[in-house]
Ligand binder design. Sequence first.
Ligand code: FAD
Length: 294
Amino acid sequence: MRIKELFCKRRPVFSFEIFPPKPDYPIETVYETVERLHGFRPDFISVTYGAGGSNRGRTVRIAEHIKKTYRIETMAHLTCVGHSPAELDQIIGQLKEAGIENVLALRGDPPRDRPDFEFKSDRYRYAGQLVQHLRRYDHFCIGAAAYPEGHPECETWEEDWLHLRDKVNAGVDFLVTQLFFDNRIFYHFKENLLRLGVNIPVSAGIMPVLNVNHIKRMVYLSGASIPAKLLLLFDKYEDKPEDFEKAGLEYAINQINALIRNGVEGIHLYTMNKAEQTRVIMENVDWSASPEEE
Ligand code: FAD
């Protein structure tokens, strides 16, 4: 089923994101995670794509496996960085053959160990071009990434959102956001999308913080800002890893509950392949909370 149809049927649409294990780990390790999580019946599970790695082929295999084994809808991430249009056609062929209907069209990041990386003129430079490429197939429901705090490469948030508007106009059906820790940033982002005439469903990307090093890495990679109330957890639990994880999960649960009360269209949980922590979140979120009166 196309994910855009799910957004017409229910709110919030909730989804898990998983990633393929590194090539030297058996693919079954992620299947074990899915085995533990499928009972929550997410509306869909998305599988990331390693823009820089060598385990790209696993994305299609995992997405196909989940769809066929559990009858849960899947979305394959696809990045255009480093691929020629012909290579993209090859991967798109594999996706079609595997029965995958939903793709998250991304640019990806240039390899971190290649500071001299240059986008070749015969390759796509932006996700919007991949969206146009995918649209030619008339087969896929297309999602794209969105950044409530602006993409880190942009000088201003507005500049990024204008690019986002163009990307959406190229044929995007729904958006999934980068992680954020302050819901006010998400509401502000949504208001701005409406101001710019972007009116497609947006799923809020939520990542629980599990320890201090983890959050530092996430903030470094995503550019997300840390609100004071989250910072307080650092001081309180820095030397108590178990308490920190508990508090981090509670923070994510509160964040999701508030988003649901405010009528969010989708919740996209970055599971990091951690079944136990995902279970705690799923069992403590009030999925039935209706939006508060205006
Ligand atoms: P774009 O939409 O192309 O944006 C990239 C930058 O270019 C932005 O600063 C934008 O403002 C600017 N820009 C866009 N169009 C133009 C234009 N026409 N002219 C000038 N500037 C422009 N990475 C992976 O490698 N694999 C994954 O599976 C993966 N999954 C992700 C899932 C989600 C939900 C998110 C939010 C990110 C994911 N990423 C993934 C990371 C993503 O690849 C990086 O954030 C990347 O830097 C940008 O990708 P994008 O698709 O947002 O790019």
